[in-house]
Design a protein around this ligand. Structure first.
Ligand SMILES: Nc1ncnc2c1ncn2[C@@H]1O[C@H](COP(=O)(O)OP(=O)(O)OP(=O)(O)O)[C@@H](O)[C@H]1O
Ligand SMILES: [Mg+2]
Length: 483
């Protein structure tokens, strides 16, 4: 049994603490953003320094809490068998832990704490014992889409496309390593000098990559792509000015009208987010099969089958590639195939499926322009060992893919749909494409924001009549910028 001397549980604190478990534990971070301009007359510099002070105060508070937490955490380890605690049912274990920590705090004279301070420290100790330590409050915040840890002292998050540094830190690299070990052991992997980088998954589906020294020179590094986040919708994209209403209407029609759409973009340009939004336009009576390396898509339709590749095990066996999954999906009577990111030989099977009646497929590809995207597909065929002539290959590509949508992360940090192009066919050996919409850059303002506007080029896409015949309302005026 656990050891608790002079047990006198502080009921008031306990109930308060339990109540506080589910509340957002990053209140302190939120208060920073709440320090907004209070009056028009206030000097900008005052506002900036007020914000900086708030950040500094929060950081100091967290540092103090961390030091106190460390103190009590150590003491706790001397009095409580944490291993045994882990074997208990979680609710009982938490109660035991809360009682033990409260007792330690009651008996302690060195670190007097307010009731609020006690709750904060207790919550952090619970996160250490049952969760992922300082990462835990960030994982509970559903507005956080990425968590990036660069060594023990630098923890960044991305919210709605913006990267910000958080006041959270780990005590030292060893502490960070312990948390990494906990993450990778969840998926039965290990990380050490012999295998210093690992991909893992949290129980909520978030994708984790960890890399440690000697490969990561300045200390262990962790990158978490959150799964359970508030996914952006087309309305959000419109609010964020990532797309124009005309473009949004056109792509919705294209997806509903079963055109094959390729979403192209660089790293972090919003490809997966866009794919998720586009997939949302697929009618809900259709059977959708998604294929991903790491399941990120969150489709709302009732008839979705999610497939995910499997890496080789430690002996190098058992790998299942995207190509095998694409082949298998064709035997599953799909109405639509959605591929998270086309990277390799699966392009061959995907394109031949598109050319043989599996219309309405969606995929993303890593490329900087629509033209590059097509060259990349071509390279994937070559890498898969295809030796047909360039002309034949290109005409296959041209007839398989209908629309290429280009995403870009621009230097002001904003993601924009910079081009929508239709593939028309072949001219000699070259695939012909026409741009339907584009983002026209006009410059950069004094604050570094990219200026520009979305325009229709005036070209009416060939697919317009196809869409109209299918009863999909894509008004002519969308394509005419002089309206
Ligand atoms: N239009 C947008 N405006 C603001 N933020 C966005 C937008 N689209 C995506 N994001 C955010 O940008 C980040 C990266 O998005 P996403 O995962 O869709 O990009 P990606 O191109 O698929 O990245 P990767 O190359 O890692 O696969 C996410 O945090 C996402 O929430
Ligand atoms: Mg992606």
């Amino acid at each position: 049994m656990f050891f608790r001397k002079n047990s006198s549980p502080n009921n008031e604190l306990e109930s308060h603490v339990k109540g506080s478990r589910d509340s957002k534990s990053i209140d302190s971070v939120k208060t920073i953003s709440e320090v907004e301009t209070t009056s028009d007359t206030e000097d900008v510099h005052d506002v900036v320094s007020l914000k900086q002070k708030a950040i500094e105060d929060t950081r100091k508070q967290l540092e103090q809490d961390l030091a106190v937490k460390h103190y009590f955490h150590r003491k706790l380890m001397d009095t409580l068998d944490l291993g045994l605690l882990a074997s208990l049912e979680e609710k009982t274990a938490r109660t035991e832990l809360q009682n033990a920590v409260c007792q330690l705090m009651d008996d302690d004279n060195e670190h007097p704490l307010s009731l609020e301070g006690r709750q904060r420290v207790l919550s952090q100790i619970e996160d250490e014992v049952f969760g992922l330590g300082p990462l835990e409050p960030l994982l509970k915040d559903t507005s956080v889409s990425d968590i990036l840890v660069n060594g023990a002292k630098n923890v960044y998050v991305e919210r709605f496309g913006r990267l910000e540094k958080t006041p959270y830190t780990f005590l030292d690299d060893r502490h960070l390593r312990n948390i990494i070990d906990r993450i990778v052991s969840l998926v039965g992997r290990r990380i050490d000098e012999a295998s210093p980088m690992v991909d893992a998954r949290l129980t909520d589906g978030s994708r984790v990559n960890a890399i440690i020294p000697p490969l990561a020179i300045d200390g262990p590094s962790v990158s978490i792509r959150r799964f359970a986040v508030d996914r952006l919708t087309m309305d959000n994209l419109l609010e964020l000015d990532s797309v124009s209403p005309e473009m949004a209407m056109f792509v919705e029609g294209a997806v509903k009208g079963e055109l094959n759409v390729l979403i192209s973009g660089g790293t972090g340009s919003g490809k997966t987010t866009t794919l998720n939004i586009f997939s949302g336009f697929i009618p809900s009576d259709q059977r959708i099969i998604t294929i991903e390396d790491s399941a990120e898509l969150q489709l709302q339709q009732p008839h979705v089958i999610r497939l995910e590749t499997r890496p080789a095990n430690l002996e190098g066996k058992g790998e299942i590639t995207q190509r095998e999954l694409v082949k298998n999906s064709l035997r599953m009577r799909p109405d639509r195939i959605v591929v998270g990111e086309v990277r390799g030989s699966e392009a061959v099977d995907m394109l031949s499926a598109m050319n043989t009646g599996h219309d309405g497929s969606l995929a993303t590809i890593h490329a900087n322009t629509p033209r590059d995207a097509l060259s990349r597909v071509e390279n994937m065929f070559a890498m898969a060992g295809w030796t047909i002539s360039a002309k034949n290959l290109r005409s296959q590509i041209a007839s398989a893919i209908h629309i290429v949508v280009q995403m870009e992360r621009q230097e002001d940090g904003k993601r924009r749909m910079v081009s929508i192009q239709e593939i028309n066919g072949m001219e000699g050996e070259v695939i012909t494409m026409s741009e339907i919409f584009r983002f026209e850059r006009e410059g950069v303002d004094s604050e570094g924001n990219v200026k520009g506007k979305y325009v229709a080029t005036g070209v009416v896409p060939d697919c317009h009549s196809h869409l109209t015949k299918r009863g999909i309302d894509v008004p002519f005026e969308l394509f005419n910028d002089l309206k």
